[in-house]
Design a protein around this ligand. Sequence first.
Ligand code: GDG
Length: 741
Amino acid sequence: MVISNRAPFSIDKIGEDIVVRQSSGGLVSALKSYFEKKHNGSDRFDGKVWIGSVEASENDWQMIEDMGGMQADFELVPVFIDKEIYDIYYNGFSNSALWPLFHYFPSLVAYKKDYYDAYVKANDAFVEKVVSTYREGDIIWVHDYQLMLLPQMIRDRLPEATIGFFLHIPFPSYEIFRLLPTAWKKDLLKGILGADLIGFHTHDYVQHFIQSAKMILSVENQFNNIRYQNRLIKADLFPIGIDYQRFRNAITDDVVANICTSLEQKFFNQKIIFSVDRLDYTKGLAYRLQGFEEFLERYPEWRERVVFILNIIPSREFIPAYAERRKEIEERVSAINGKYSSLHWQPLIYRYNHLAFDELCALYQTADVALITPLRDGMNLVAKEYIASCIDKGVLILSELTGAASELNEAILVNPSDSEEVADAIVTAMNMSIQEQRTRLSFMQKRLSEYNVEKWINDFLETLMNTKEEQQRQQVNILENATIIKMTEDFNTAGRRCILLDYDGTLAPYQKLPTLATPGKELLDLLKQLSDDSANEVVIISGRDADTLDKWLGNLPLSLVAEHGACIKYKNGEWQQQVTVSPEWKEEIRPLLELFVTRCVGSFIEEKNNTLAWHYRNTHPDLGFNRSRELRNSLLQLTTNTPLQVIDGNKVLEVRLMGIDKGATAQKLVRHFGPDFILCIGDDTTDEDMFRVLRDEAYTVKIGSGNTAANYTLLSQIQVLPLLRKFLVYARKEHLSHVQT
Ligand code: GDG
């Protein structure tokens, strides 16, 4: 299922008849040829559906269907959006808010709530169609900035679906993206993160997206792998290619050849500079004209020997920012022509119209120079199509602010707003030897022919399917009701039970500061009831210091383990130090931690009897992580050949004596109590030591997503107390039935 704002079909009324035509070119023909190729001898997909809005009413559409529909390579599922809503969704939020912002024109952004509301409604209209068309096993590919909310909307309704999302425009840096109102920017990011694979044109866009998701939604990532709401999501670059062969075939096309001949005759003895763009402020047209004028001014020897054919395609004329541009450009064109034309020559040929494909190819083939200088462009296919069309000459002058610039290194790259640089680039292009032109072209042509649009589609869909497989491999064993029932039965039949519970992140949620995570009444009551049962040995096994545990939980009839086992207090007993080493080592380590506190705003040191910890949970996520890697390296060097170990915890680095960990301690406790039922719950990397040593004899439960040695996973800390409460209910029921019999 391919989903884009507009379905690639045009609908025309001819007299009484309505004619529907499938559009050609670009994504449509690429997908068509991709689907036509057999994969391992058979069709990979048994149906192809394109979902998109159409410019027809539901009634007109019904008429088309009644007349037998149309011939197309895809089944078309039309989305009907109320005209008024469509207008503010498309011209409003999509093209007057997202488009300017994502292309770094924040001053042109219209932040209007009704625009955003219409955007939500339009995305909603799409999801209805997707859900009613979807069949299990389908692959859904959502395209572009008009549908950024759609992946999550689909995920809400079809949790298991395979969903890809591709953004065709740039994803701006966090500093730009954050300008959007908070609720919108959160929803847009969450919307995209509903996909399994998120594709962008360049490495920079990928990084910008991940950075924004980290800063705004606090997602975790490892390189391009994002973890959000317990799902693995990949963000990666897939620079779109072109249908290379289509442009090569045009070289031998007779119609194209005739147009080329007439162009060559008309501009005999003149070099042709060419450009084609939609009329858009992102295309840098005014700067381009300024650069060309600078060239005519500073290099008068080229006058009468050069012509610039400037093609502008009408676009988004209903948006005021566009209509104004047209006037501005046309005035500039007239001014330049007025100033530099002679009786026999005019420097600029300006067209404001669509070009037929044959004309476009002929211009690509004849132009000596393509001057493609947008101020921002997600990719820019014109640059690639020009290179593909060049036969034995041709120079591309390309803005370094386009996505294409990262692939077309052999072009002359320019800053589009620097008119002197553009003028100099034109001269360099004019004087470039044919040999050099051919060398540069051959490098670029090789690349474009190899990574063509079909390869792009293949690459994206393969990665999407691999991501889905990886998600399945990583799926943890969620603690289901059936297991909980079995657990409570085992609990009940056991004569002596040991319940090992980590504190932070397990019994209590993480707080900004460790001192704030005090136990609430609900937790204290629950622990009391559990530990009041003489058959239960409840142990709080924590990394915290003894004083805090004593203050918070010391009144309960349970055992406490502080600092991962350095200090143990059995029920009704006294604290016992498990290690006796002088704490001088701390004086060696503390200055280094203090240095990192000053180097990383928001980080802090926690000092316990046998441990020094450096926490970075309240820091800028990137900075905190990077500093933690530096600190870890320094600590590892400092502690080599000492009895100290460095532990990498959840947003914390801890230094403590070797040989003390929750695994060894849990084993010691189990030997001490000799239970016939063990339950062990924890969330942190330090709890993994317990899970590893106990997994064969205990119910081990990890809180939160991610790989674990525990037998079971509960996704959220919120589920822990209800789970523990089940043992009370069960015990009470059993007790009651005992009394009755
Ligand atoms: C988005 C992103 C990204 C243009 N004028 C005529 C004509 N064209 C064809 C060109 C080319 C396409 O339209 C324009 O290429 P863009 O790269 O600008 O693509 P868009 O879809 O507008 O924009 C952009 C792209 O998505 C792909 O991801 O590169 O950055 O903004 O194929 O040949 N074709 C004909 N007559 C014209 O007058 N026949």
